[in-house]
Design a protein around this ligand. Structure first.
Ligand SMILES: *[C@@H]1O[C@H](CO)[C@@H](O)[C@H](O)[C@H]1NC(C)=O
Ligand SMILES: *[C@@H]1O[C@H](CO)[C@@H](O)[C@H](O)[C@H]1NC(C)=O
Ligand SMILES: *[C@@H]1O[C@H](CO)[C@@H](O)[C@H](O)[C@H]1NC(C)=O
Ligand SMILES: *[C@@H]1O[C@H](CO)[C@@H](O)[C@H](O)[C@H]1NC(C)=O
Ligand SMILES: *[C@@H]1O[C@H](CO)[C@@H](O)[C@H](O)[C@H]1NC(C)=O
Ligand SMILES: *[C@@H]1O[C@H](CO)[C@@H](O)[C@H](O)[C@H]1NC(C)=O
Ligand SMILES: *[C@@H]1O[C@H](CO)[C@@H](O)[C@H](O)[C@H]1NC(C)=O
Ligand SMILES: *[C@@H]1O[C@H](CO)[C@@H](O)[C@H](O)[C@H]1NC(C)=O
Length: 242
Protein backbone atom coordinates (compact mmCIF):
# COMPACT_ATOMS: atom_id res chain seq x y z
CA UNK A 1 0.00 0.00 0.00
CA UNK A 2 1.01 3.54 -0.60
CA UNK A 3 1.35 5.75 2.38
CA UNK A 4 -1.70 7.78 3.16
CA UNK A 5 0.19 11.02 2.78
CA UNK A 6 -1.26 13.28 0.17
CA UNK A 7 0.98 15.81 -1.45
CA UNK A 8 -0.67 18.51 -3.43
CA UNK A 9 1.50 21.15 -5.08
CA UNK A 10 -0.86 21.27 -8.06
CA UNK A 11 -1.72 24.94 -7.67
CA UNK A 12 1.90 25.91 -7.20
CA UNK A 13 3.00 24.22 -10.37
CA UNK A 14 0.02 25.42 -12.35
CA UNK A 15 0.80 28.97 -11.46
CA UNK A 16 4.34 28.48 -12.74
CA UNK A 17 3.27 26.67 -15.84
CA UNK A 18 -0.38 27.00 -16.81
CA UNK A 19 0.56 25.67 -20.21
CA UNK A 20 1.09 22.18 -18.92
CA UNK A 21 -1.99 21.90 -16.74
CA UNK A 22 -0.06 19.26 -14.91
CA UNK A 23 1.68 19.01 -11.59
CA UNK A 24 4.06 16.91 -9.63
CA UNK A 25 2.83 14.36 -7.13
CA UNK A 26 4.97 12.56 -4.64
CA UNK A 27 4.27 8.84 -4.46
CA UNK A 28 1.57 8.31 -6.93
CA UNK A 29 -0.95 9.67 -4.48
CA UNK A 30 -2.98 12.78 -4.83
CA UNK A 31 -6.41 14.26 -4.18
CA UNK A 32 -8.52 16.99 -5.63
CA UNK A 33 -11.59 18.57 -4.02
CA UNK A 34 -14.25 20.82 -5.47
CA UNK A 35 -14.59 24.09 -3.60
CA UNK A 36 -18.37 23.81 -3.10
CA UNK A 37 -19.44 22.33 0.23
CA UNK A 38 -22.55 20.37 1.08
CA UNK A 39 -24.48 20.49 4.36
CA UNK A 40 -22.92 18.17 6.93
CA UNK A 41 -25.27 15.34 7.87
CA UNK A 42 -27.79 16.43 5.23
CA UNK A 43 -29.36 14.23 2.58
CA UNK A 44 -26.41 14.53 0.17
CA UNK A 45 -24.08 13.46 2.96
CA UNK A 46 -26.26 10.44 3.72
CA UNK A 47 -26.39 9.45 0.06
CA UNK A 48 -22.63 9.84 -0.19
CA UNK A 49 -22.01 7.66 2.86
CA UNK A 50 -24.26 4.95 1.49
CA UNK A 51 -22.68 5.10 -1.95
CA UNK A 52 -19.14 4.94 -0.54
CA UNK A 53 -20.02 1.88 1.47
CA UNK A 54 -21.61 0.26 -1.63
CA UNK A 55 -18.53 1.00 -3.74
CA UNK A 56 -16.38 -0.36 -0.94
CA UNK A 57 -18.17 -3.69 -1.07
CA UNK A 58 -18.67 -4.04 -4.85
CA UNK A 59 -15.38 -2.73 -6.30
CA UNK A 60 -13.00 -5.45 -5.04
CA UNK A 61 -15.19 -8.19 -6.57
CA UNK A 62 -14.51 -7.21 -10.18
CA UNK A 63 -11.94 -4.43 -9.86
CA UNK A 64 -14.40 -1.65 -10.57
CA UNK A 65 -17.66 -0.27 -9.27
CA UNK A 66 -19.99 2.62 -9.92
CA UNK A 67 -23.33 3.89 -8.78
CA UNK A 68 -25.70 6.75 -8.22
CA UNK A 69 -28.04 7.41 -5.31
CA UNK A 70 -30.77 9.90 -4.45
CA UNK A 71 -32.68 12.58 -6.31
CA UNK A 72 -31.38 15.91 -7.55
CA UNK A 73 -30.20 18.15 -5.86
CA UNK A 74 -29.00 15.48 -3.46
CA UNK A 75 -28.06 12.94 -6.08
CA UNK A 76 -24.51 11.61 -5.88
CA UNK A 77 -22.52 9.71 -8.53
CA UNK A 78 -19.52 7.58 -7.67
CA UNK A 79 -16.88 5.49 -9.39
CA UNK A 80 -14.07 3.39 -7.97
CA UNK A 81 -11.60 1.00 -9.56
CA UNK A 82 -8.33 -0.74 -8.94
CA UNK A 83 -5.29 -0.94 -11.18
CA UNK A 84 -5.79 -3.79 -13.64
CA UNK A 85 -3.14 -6.09 -12.18
CA UNK A 86 -4.19 -5.75 -8.54
CA UNK A 87 -5.90 -8.68 -6.79
CA UNK A 88 -9.08 -8.32 -4.77
CA UNK A 89 -7.30 -8.39 -1.39
CA UNK A 90 -5.09 -5.43 -2.20
CA UNK A 91 -7.96 -3.78 -4.05
CA UNK A 92 -10.17 -4.03 -0.94
CA UNK A 93 -7.48 -2.55 1.26
CA UNK A 94 -6.97 0.34 -1.15
CA UNK A 95 -10.68 1.10 -1.59
CA UNK A 96 -11.28 0.88 2.16
CA UNK A 97 -8.61 3.56 2.70
CA UNK A 98 -9.94 5.63 -0.18
CA UNK A 99 -13.50 5.65 1.20
CA UNK A 100 -12.23 7.00 4.51
CA UNK A 101 -9.53 9.35 3.27
CA UNK A 102 -11.57 10.99 0.53
CA UNK A 103 -13.84 12.26 3.30
CA UNK A 104 -10.92 13.40 5.43
CA UNK A 105 -9.08 15.24 2.68
CA UNK A 106 -12.21 16.64 1.04
CA UNK A 107 -14.50 17.01 4.02
CA UNK A 108 -18.06 18.00 3.00
CA UNK A 109 -17.01 18.77 -0.59
CA UNK A 110 -19.57 18.14 -3.31
CA UNK A 111 -17.04 16.55 -5.62
CA UNK A 112 -13.74 14.82 -4.94
CA UNK A 113 -11.18 12.44 -6.44
CA UNK A 114 -8.44 10.50 -4.68
CA UNK A 115 -5.64 8.61 -6.43
CA UNK A 116 -3.53 5.84 -5.00
CA UNK A 117 -0.97 3.66 -6.62
CA UNK A 118 -3.45 0.78 -6.73
CA UNK A 119 -6.87 2.41 -6.88
CA UNK A 120 -8.86 5.55 -7.55
CA UNK A 121 -12.17 6.84 -6.18
CA UNK A 122 -14.30 9.73 -7.36
CA UNK A 123 -17.72 11.09 -6.46
CA UNK A 124 -19.68 14.10 -7.68
CA UNK A 125 -23.10 15.71 -7.61
CA UNK A 126 -22.89 15.75 -11.42
CA UNK A 127 -23.06 12.78 -13.75
CA UNK A 128 -19.44 12.50 -14.89
CA UNK A 129 -19.60 8.96 -16.28
CA UNK A 130 -17.95 8.54 -19.64
CA UNK A 131 -16.49 12.03 -19.86
CA UNK A 132 -12.78 12.64 -20.27
CA UNK A 133 -11.46 14.66 -17.34
CA UNK A 134 -8.27 16.65 -17.86
CA UNK A 135 -9.01 19.17 -15.11
CA UNK A 136 -7.10 17.17 -12.59
CA UNK A 137 -3.73 16.17 -13.94
CA UNK A 138 -0.26 15.76 -12.56
CA UNK A 139 3.05 14.16 -13.37
CA UNK A 140 6.02 12.84 -11.54
CA UNK A 141 9.47 12.26 -13.08
CA UNK A 142 11.59 9.53 -11.52
CA UNK A 143 14.92 10.87 -10.56
CA UNK A 144 17.81 9.48 -12.59
CA UNK A 145 18.85 10.79 -15.98
CA UNK A 146 19.42 8.20 -18.68
CA UNK A 147 22.71 8.17 -20.55
CA UNK A 148 21.15 8.08 -24.01
CA UNK A 149 18.00 10.21 -23.87
CA UNK A 150 17.35 10.19 -27.62
CA UNK A 151 17.04 6.44 -28.01
CA UNK A 152 15.45 6.11 -24.57
CA UNK A 153 12.73 8.57 -25.59
CA UNK A 154 12.11 6.63 -28.78
CA UNK A 155 11.73 3.38 -26.87
CA UNK A 156 9.50 4.91 -24.19
CA UNK A 157 7.20 6.35 -26.85
CA UNK A 158 7.14 3.10 -28.78
CA UNK A 159 6.26 1.10 -25.66
CA UNK A 160 3.55 3.51 -24.54
CA UNK A 161 1.97 3.43 -27.99
CA UNK A 162 1.98 -0.37 -27.98
CA UNK A 163 0.35 -0.64 -24.54
CA UNK A 164 -2.14 2.08 -25.45
CA UNK A 165 -3.23 0.03 -28.46
CA UNK A 166 -3.76 -2.99 -26.21
CA UNK A 167 -5.49 -1.08 -23.41
CA UNK A 168 -8.17 0.51 -25.57
CA UNK A 169 -9.41 -2.89 -26.75
CA UNK A 170 -9.13 -4.61 -23.36
CA UNK A 171 -12.16 -4.95 -21.07
CA UNK A 172 -10.41 -3.17 -18.20
CA UNK A 173 -8.93 -0.46 -20.45
CA UNK A 174 -5.63 -1.54 -18.97
CA UNK A 175 -2.41 -2.93 -20.40
CA UNK A 176 1.23 -3.43 -19.50
CA UNK A 177 4.27 -4.28 -21.58
CA UNK A 178 8.04 -4.34 -21.82
CA UNK A 179 10.70 -3.40 -24.37
CA UNK A 180 14.47 -3.65 -24.29
CA UNK A 181 16.48 -0.43 -24.32
CA UNK A 182 20.07 -0.96 -25.36
CA UNK A 183 21.59 -4.29 -24.37
CA UNK A 184 20.88 -4.58 -20.71
CA UNK A 185 17.89 -2.48 -19.71
CA UNK A 186 14.24 -3.48 -19.79
CA UNK A 187 11.61 -0.80 -19.89
CA UNK A 188 8.28 -1.55 -18.19
CA UNK A 189 5.17 0.41 -19.16
CA UNK A 190 1.57 0.59 -17.95
CA UNK A 191 -1.50 2.54 -19.05
CA UNK A 192 -5.08 2.55 -17.81
CA UNK A 193 -8.30 4.51 -18.27
CA UNK A 194 -11.20 4.81 -15.85
CA UNK A 195 -13.66 1.99 -16.57
CA UNK A 196 -16.51 4.32 -17.52
CA UNK A 197 -14.72 5.64 -20.64
CA UNK A 198 -15.47 4.34 -24.10
CA UNK A 199 -12.58 2.87 -26.02
CA UNK A 200 -12.50 6.02 -28.20
CA UNK A 201 -12.41 8.36 -25.19
CA UNK A 202 -9.76 6.20 -23.57
CA UNK A 203 -7.63 6.58 -26.68
CA UNK A 204 -8.16 10.36 -26.72
CA UNK A 205 -7.19 10.64 -23.06
CA UNK A 206 -4.10 8.44 -23.46
CA UNK A 207 -3.01 10.23 -26.65
CA UNK A 208 -3.14 13.46 -24.69
CA UNK A 209 -0.96 12.31 -21.80
CA UNK A 210 1.45 10.30 -23.98
CA UNK A 211 1.96 13.49 -25.98
CA UNK A 212 3.32 15.16 -22.83
CA UNK A 213 5.93 12.47 -22.16
CA UNK A 214 8.77 13.88 -24.31
CA UNK A 215 8.25 17.32 -22.80
CA UNK A 216 7.73 16.41 -19.13
CA UNK A 217 9.70 13.23 -18.65
CA UNK A 218 12.44 13.51 -21.30
CA UNK A 219 15.69 11.88 -20.27
CA UNK A 220 14.24 10.47 -17.06
CA UNK A 221 14.52 6.82 -16.20
CA UNK A 222 10.89 6.66 -15.13
CA UNK A 223 7.75 8.69 -14.78
CA UNK A 224 4.04 8.94 -14.18
CA UNK A 225 1.33 11.10 -15.68
CA UNK A 226 -2.19 10.89 -14.29
CA UNK A 227 -5.43 12.69 -15.05
CA UNK A 228 -8.97 12.23 -13.77
CA UNK A 229 -9.59 9.54 -16.39
CA UNK A 230 -6.30 8.01 -17.55
CA UNK A 231 -2.76 7.36 -16.46
CA UNK A 232 0.59 6.15 -17.72
CA UNK A 233 3.66 4.93 -15.94
CA UNK A 234 7.07 3.61 -17.03
CA UNK A 235 10.15 2.48 -15.15
CA UNK A 236 13.29 0.45 -15.74
CA UNK A 237 12.23 -2.08 -13.11
CA UNK A 238 9.16 -4.29 -12.88
CA UNK A 239 6.40 -2.51 -10.96
CA UNK A 240 3.33 -4.48 -12.03
CA UNK A 241 2.35 -8.12 -11.85
CA UNK A 242 1.58 -10.07 -14.99
C1 LIG B 1 -16.37 22.36 -9.11
O1 LIG B 1 -17.37 21.73 -9.90
C2 LIG B 1 -17.88 22.56 -10.93
C3 LIG B 1 -18.98 21.79 -11.61
O2 LIG B 1 -18.49 20.55 -12.03
C4 LIG B 1 -16.75 22.91 -11.89
O3 LIG B 1 -17.24 23.78 -12.90
C5 LIG B 1 -15.61 23.57 -11.13
O4 LIG B 1 -14.53 23.77 -12.01
C6 LIG B 1 -15.18 22.69 -9.98
N1 LIG B 1 -14.16 23.36 -9.20
C7 LIG B 1 -13.04 22.75 -8.84
C8 LIG B 1 -12.11 23.56 -7.99
O5 LIG B 1 -12.77 21.61 -9.18
C1 LIG C 1 -22.92 15.16 12.11
O1 LIG C 1 -23.10 13.91 12.75
C2 LIG C 1 -21.99 13.49 13.51
C3 LIG C 1 -22.24 12.05 13.97
O2 LIG C 1 -23.58 11.88 14.35
C4 LIG C 1 -21.81 14.48 14.69
O3 LIG C 1 -20.69 14.08 15.47
C5 LIG C 1 -21.56 15.86 14.10
O4 LIG C 1 -21.48 16.81 15.16
C6 LIG C 1 -22.67 16.25 13.15
N1 LIG C 1 -22.27 17.49 12.48
C7 LIG C 1 -23.12 18.52 12.29
C8 LIG C 1 -22.53 19.71 11.64
O5 LIG C 1 -24.29 18.45 12.60
C1 LIG D 1 -15.11 -1.33 3.60
O1 LIG D 1 -14.97 -2.73 3.64
C2 LIG D 1 -14.10 -3.20 4.66
C3 LIG D 1 -13.92 -4.69 4.47
O2 LIG D 1 -15.15 -5.32 4.37
C4 LIG D 1 -14.68 -2.81 6.01
O3 LIG D 1 -13.80 -3.22 7.04
C5 LIG D 1 -14.87 -1.29 6.06
O4 LIG D 1 -15.50 -0.92 7.27
C6 LIG D 1 -15.71 -0.82 4.89
N1 LIG D 1 -15.75 0.63 4.87
C7 LIG D 1 -16.86 1.32 4.57
C8 LIG D 1 -16.74 2.81 4.52
O5 LIG D 1 -17.92 0.78 4.27
C1 LIG E 1 -2.43 -10.23 -3.69
O1 LIG E 1 -1.30 -9.46 -4.10
C2 LIG E 1 -0.37 -9.20 -3.04
C3 LIG E 1 0.68 -8.23 -3.57
O2 LIG E 1 1.15 -8.63 -4.83
C4 LIG E 1 0.22 -10.52 -2.57
O3 LIG E 1 1.13 -10.28 -1.51
C5 LIG E 1 -0.92 -11.41 -2.09
O4 LIG E 1 -0.41 -12.67 -1.74
C6 LIG E 1 -1.99 -11.58 -3.17
N1 LIG E 1 -3.14 -12.26 -2.59
C7 LIG E 1 -3.79 -13.23 -3.23
C8 LIG E 1 -4.95 -13.83 -2.52
O5 LIG E 1 -3.45 -13.61 -4.35
C1 LIG F 1 19.55 15.37 -14.64
O1 LIG F 1 19.89 16.34 -15.60
C2 LIG F 1 19.44 17.64 -15.26
C3 LIG F 1 19.67 18.56 -16.45
O2 LIG F 1 20.87 18.27 -17.08
C4 LIG F 1 20.16 18.08 -14.00
O3 LIG F 1 19.75 19.39 -13.63
C5 LIG F 1 19.79 17.11 -12.88
O4 LIG F 1 20.51 17.45 -11.71
C6 LIG F 1 20.13 15.69 -13.28
N1 LIG F 1 19.55 14.81 -12.28
C7 LIG F 1 20.18 13.74 -11.81
C8 LIG F 1 19.45 12.92 -10.77
O5 LIG F 1 21.28 13.42 -12.18
C1 LIG G 1 10.63 11.58 -28.54
O1 LIG G 1 9.99 10.58 -29.35
C2 LIG G 1 8.83 11.05 -30.02
C3 LIG G 1 8.18 9.86 -30.70
O2 LIG G 1 9.11 9.08 -31.37
C4 LIG G 1 9.22 12.13 -31.01
O3 LIG G 1 8.06 12.62 -31.66
C5 LIG G 1 9.88 13.27 -30.24
O4 LIG G 1 10.33 14.25 -31.13
C6 LIG G 1 11.06 12.74 -29.43
N1 LIG G 1 11.52 13.84 -28.59
C7 LIG G 1 12.79 14.18 -28.52
C8 LIG G 1 13.10 15.37 -27.68
O5 LIG G 1 13.67 13.56 -29.09
C1 LIG H 1 25.30 -4.08 -27.46
O1 LIG H 1 25.91 -5.31 -27.71
C2 LIG H 1 26.60 -5.33 -28.98
C3 LIG H 1 27.10 -6.77 -29.23
O2 LIG H 1 27.58 -7.33 -28.04
C4 LIG H 1 27.74 -4.31 -28.94
O3 LIG H 1 28.41 -4.31 -30.19
C5 LIG H 1 27.16 -2.93 -28.69
O4 LIG H 1 28.18 -1.98 -28.55
C6 LIG H 1 26.31 -2.94 -27.41
N1 LIG H 1 25.60 -1.68 -27.31
C7 LIG H 1 25.54 -0.99 -26.18
C8 LIG H 1 24.76 0.30 -26.20
O5 LIG H 1 26.05 -1.37 -25.13
C1 LIG I 1 -21.39 0.58 -13.93
O1 LIG I 1 -21.27 -0.78 -13.55
C2 LIG I 1 -22.10 -1.66 -14.32
C3 LIG I 1 -21.99 -3.03 -13.69
O2 LIG I 1 -20.66 -3.45 -13.64
C4 LIG I 1 -21.65 -1.63 -15.77
O3 LIG I 1 -22.46 -2.47 -16.55
C5 LIG I 1 -21.75 -0.20 -16.28
O4 LIG I 1 -21.22 -0.12 -17.59
C6 LIG I 1 -20.97 0.73 -15.37
N1 LIG I 1 -21.21 2.11 -15.79
C7 LIG I 1 -20.24 2.98 -15.90
C8 LIG I 1 -20.64 4.36 -16.30
O5 LIG I 1 -19.08 2.70 -15.69
Amino acid sequence: MSSSRVFSPLYLLLSISLLLQLAIALNPIFHECNTTSFTPNGTYNENLNTLLSQLNSTTPLTGSGNGSLGQSPDQVYGLAFCRGDINSTVCQACITSAAIEIQQYCQYKEEAVIWYEYCQLKYSNLDFFGQIDYREAFYYPYFNNVSDPVSFNTTVMKLLNIVEGEAIISPKLFATGTLEVGNSTTLYGLVQCTPDLSSANCETCLDWIIGFVPRLLYGKEGGIIMTGTCELQYHTYPFFTT
